[in-house]
Ligand binder design. Structure first.
Ligand code: HEM
Ligand code: HEM
Length: 177
């Protein structure tokens, strides 16, 4: 473990922290909605909940893109927390999460058009492709959703391990203090 020298900031800037937790919360809500809504009987309530999923999905797409632009431009960069293999594993996990999030929102938006989605039964998006295309996009969207949750759980477990077992300051770097 290296941590930050005393002269350097010990936490990310407020915008990075806000965008990180907005991403995490939106992913969790999206997964919950995605894996439970079809348990409801068909009808207007089910369409409304899927519509919420789509609206939050567009919000997530914005947060993901703004978050990546921010981190790569004005966001605060902190020195690596780990050395050697642990550092490589941490960076690889973060970049994998970034990649999965981009694929997820792209497949989500594709899913909206593959369904010709009826937003709150008020606004129908244009429909592209047939039912096979829709089933295939939806299946990939569902599969990547499962993968992103597994990787995010691994990432969270690593952060909690640092905090509770190693007792270093890595969680405080991203915690909204
Ligand atoms: C879907 C949920 C989540 C996603 C997609 C996610 C994604 C990310 C990404 C991409 C980074 C890297 C930021 C950078 O490179 O500057 C990061 C950093 C971090 N995340 Fe998460 N995260 C999630 C949930 C969580 C949770 C639940 C925790 C804590 C329990 C957590 C703790 C951290 C910490 C401590 C860092 C900073 C690591 C460092 O400074 O090296 N994350 N997260
Ligand atoms: C990390 C974020 C997301 C997660 C975890 C997630 C999860 C899911 C899951 C598990 C399903 C069900 C798949 C199945 O039936 O096998 C689903 C369906 C769907 N998702 Fe997402 N999703 C996310 C983001 C998005 C985004 C960004 C959009 C669009 C803006 C979107 C639009 C849709 C649509 C249109 C459906 C199909 C709804 C229907 O069957 O009527 N999702 N999502």
């Amino acid at each position: 473990m290296t941590g930050s020298p005393d002269s350097q900031p010990k936490a990310y800037d407020r915008t990075t922290i806000t965008l990180h937790w907005a991403t995490a919360i939106l992913v969790a809500i999206e997964f919950l909605i995605g894996r439970t809504t079809n348990l409801l009987p068909r009808g207007p309530l089910r369409v409304d909940i899927w519509s919420l999923h789509v609206l939050l999905g567009f919000a997530l797409a914005t947060v993901v893109v703004v978050g990546m632009l921010w981190r790569n431009t004005r966001g605060r960069r902190l020195p690596p927390f780990n050395r050697g293999g642990l550092h490589v594993a941490a960076v690889a996990t973060h970049r994998l999460l970034d990649l999965l999030l981009l694929i997820m929102v792209a497949l989500g938006i594709a899913n909206v058009f593959a369904h010709g989605f009826p937003l709150f039964n008020i606004w129908h998006f244009a429909k592209f492709g047939g039912n096979d295309f829709m089933r295939s996009v939806n299946a990939w969207h569902g599969l990547i959703a499962n993968i992103i949750i597994v990787v995010a759980l691994f990432h969270s477990a690593a952060a909690l391990f640092h905090h509770h077992v190693i007792k270093d300051g890595v969680l405080r770097r991203i915690w909204p203090a």
